[in-house]
Write a protein that binds this ligand. Structure first.
Ligand SMILES: N[C@@H](CCC(=O)N[C@@H](CS)C(=O)NCC(=O)O)C(=O)O
Length: 205
């Protein structure tokens, strides 16, 4: 299998970390987003949305990181994606929340506070930061309350759900995410950061 990836990308990280954690042999092909390689005709044939990651398994092409995670974890029996309908539904619940709500409140903070200064795109927009912070608190409360009672998101063991939700915290520091009042999120993320698969996919290298 081949993963078309861009190491600094949190969406890449989700899929790559699953492959590493499960010890799946995988070829890596860099798609450099800063050079616009996601818009070449060759890559657009693989993913018409022009985004990473993309997985290629023979003739089977898959884009969307969550689908890739589930496909990778379906290659062998494992605890990240247990073969049980209720556990899988619970994992998909958190993955759905991550896509629809969590990443939506994390991304503006990441962009305004980290990406803009990094790429010299101007000052952070204070109104966007304020609105994103307000919405961040609404979602973070839900996550923190859940993690007050659980070491991991589903069934008290590491699953795909943790890699999905953790991916948005990749730039929580430089993105100045307001995590101060959320000790359970912080403790849980430290557990994720201790995983070799998370360390090996850190954009810091
Ligand atoms: N929903 C997609 C999002 C993928 C995505 O936005 N990838 C970003 C990198 S984190 C990307 O490739 N951006 C390039 C662009 O938009 O030009 C997924 O989960 O795979």
């Amino acid at each position: 299998m081949k993963l078309y990836y861009f190491p600094p990308s949190p969406n890449t990280r989700k899929a790559h970390a699953v492959a590493i954690h499960l010890g799946l042999p995988i070829d890596l092909k860099l798609i450099d987003l800063q050079k616009g390689e996601q818009r070449t005709p060759e890559f657009m044939t693989l993913n018409p949305t022009g985004r990473t990651p993309v997985l290629q398994d023979g003739n089977f092409i898959l884009w969307e990181s969550t689908a890739i995670m589930q496909y990778l974890a379906s290659q062998m029996p494992n605890l990240l994606w247990p073969d049980d309908a209720q556990t899988r539904a619970d994992i998909v619940r958190w993955q759905s929340w991550q896509l629809a709500h969590w990443s939506v409140v994390c991304q503006p903070l990441q962009f305004e506070n980290f990406v803009k200064p990094l790429l010299q795109l101007g000052e952070p927009d204070k109104q966007v930061v304020q609105e994103a912070s307000d919405r961040f608190h609404q979602e973070a409360k839900v996550l923190d309350n859940h993690l007050a009672e659980h070491d991991f998101l589903v069934g008290n063991a590491l699953t795909l759900a943790d890699f999905s939700v953790a991916s948005d915290l990749t730039y929580a520091g430089p993105g100045q995410f307001p995590l101060g009042g959320y000790p359970h999120i912080q403790a849980w993320y430290r557990r994720i950061e201790a995983l070799p698969a998370w360390q090996q996919t850190s954009p810091k290298g």
